[in-house]
Design a protein. Sequence first.
Length: 467
Amino acid sequence: MLSDTVKSELERIAGTANVSFAREDLICYSYDATNNPVAPDAVVFPGGAEEVSLILKMANSERFPVVPRGAGTGFTGGSLPVEGGVVLSTERMRSIRGIDTENLTADVEPGVVTGELQSEVEGLGLFYPPDPTSLKFSTIGGNIAECAGGPRALKYGVTRDYVLGLEVVLPTGDIIMTGTKKTVKGVVGYDLTRLVVGSEGTLGVVTRAFLRLLPLPEATRTMLVKFSSLEDAARAVSAIISARIIPSTLEIMDSVSIRCVDEFAKIGLSGVEAVLLIEVDGREDGVERDVADVERICKENRSVEFRVAADRFEVKDLWKVRRSISPALKRIKPTKLNEDVVVPRSRLVELISGIQDIARKREVVIASFGHAGDGNIHVNVMVDGNDPREARAGGDAVRDIFDLTVALGGTISGEHGVGITKAPYISMELTDQDIEAMKRIKRALDPSGVLNPGKIFPSPDTGAPRG
Ligand SMILES: Cc1cc2nc3c(=O)[nH]c(=O)nc-3n(C[C@H](O)[C@H](O)[C@H](O)COP(=O)(O)OP(=O)(O)OC[C@H]3O[C@@H](n4cnc5c(N)ncnc54)[C@H](O)[C@@H]3O)c2cc1C
């Protein structure tokens, strides 16, 4: 609970119109994509770093939690105020302050929607590659905090590869600048940019980001390839990569995902066991050669149909189908235990067939799809969380999937972060020393523990998440 003094001070800092204690607003800001609602005591919409700083300084003196929030599309509960306090929304900080076409950089506020930045730079012949499938809603601040990836990570890397520098308000309220604003190099001091990127809103609030842009590729081709076995599709993925072809995207969908999207999109995908959605980009002559090579490799791996999208409308439709999988899965069961495991690409076939074995053993439906080209599969264990047997089987299946992933030399999260949902599992991948080193950094930057508490680290007593 916040005291009356804190409430009126929040209104003084951000302006009365930019603070709400109304129940209906608190409910709106109690969700992310995990569907584990927790209401805050207040939601504040600061206009910039100075206001964020004042709020955090007060949080330190009055001891209340502050939880940064972008669009709330996170899959691990990162923006949920699990210990109450203030949700600090970046909705008012959404201006693209500048795009430098000479140095190929952008200067943006954290609430800018990823897809809007992409459209803006593409209009200038430039390219911002990180493309989480949520790009129509997610924010640059949320992408930086989670180090978001997306289909194009295979060729272009993830958010961290495009962040040159950041303006960050530390948990104590100090405002710092990390990295550089416009230079592609810079090694003065520690690389605090890398520390903040992927820190899930626990080490600082990003209030401005300086991003690297690329020239827009000259040509792109999008292909849809059908297979009658998931293993054949996974083998084709490994064969494409080992033939030294790096598509800009290489996405896989299993039969459960295909059935689900086809039911509502009706694009004639049913009846096959796996689909690959492949995109190559670059110079016109190069992409034609890549398409021919990809077609040959897919046929060698027993594809049953190969199609190149005829025009940009078909490309748009195919991507709409891909982006619809995640929400469409809710048709199967109400609870989606969504994991984003990654294995070395050479172990993909073992992961895919291991997941099918786990589904049979635990008697649950598992839908697998995602960024196969970089070994990152979104594994969705579908259960009815209100049914105790199914809930238990779902939890067991998740643990089996993590065991398998780690045994294959992989990681339990490629892009969604730890938040609250993966906190109980981090010791499957990190040693006690690794975790203690991370906690020491957290304590050094946030001695009062006010910024986004209850995330990433499990409680030593219960295994439950704790800050
Ligand atoms: C349908 C769907 C598809 C998705 N596909 C992908 C995908 O392909 N790849 C991928 O990586 N993710 C994906 N996600 C997950 C999610 O969209 C990303 O994690 C995204 O980066 C979250 O952005 P957001 O603005 O919604 O952040 P939020 O969910 O609001 O917050 C996420 C985390 O960032 C912190 N945060 C937010 N803003 C700031 C800030 N300014 N400073 C400091 N911390 C901050 C929050 O505290 C929280 O810990 C998907 C989600 C959905 C629902």
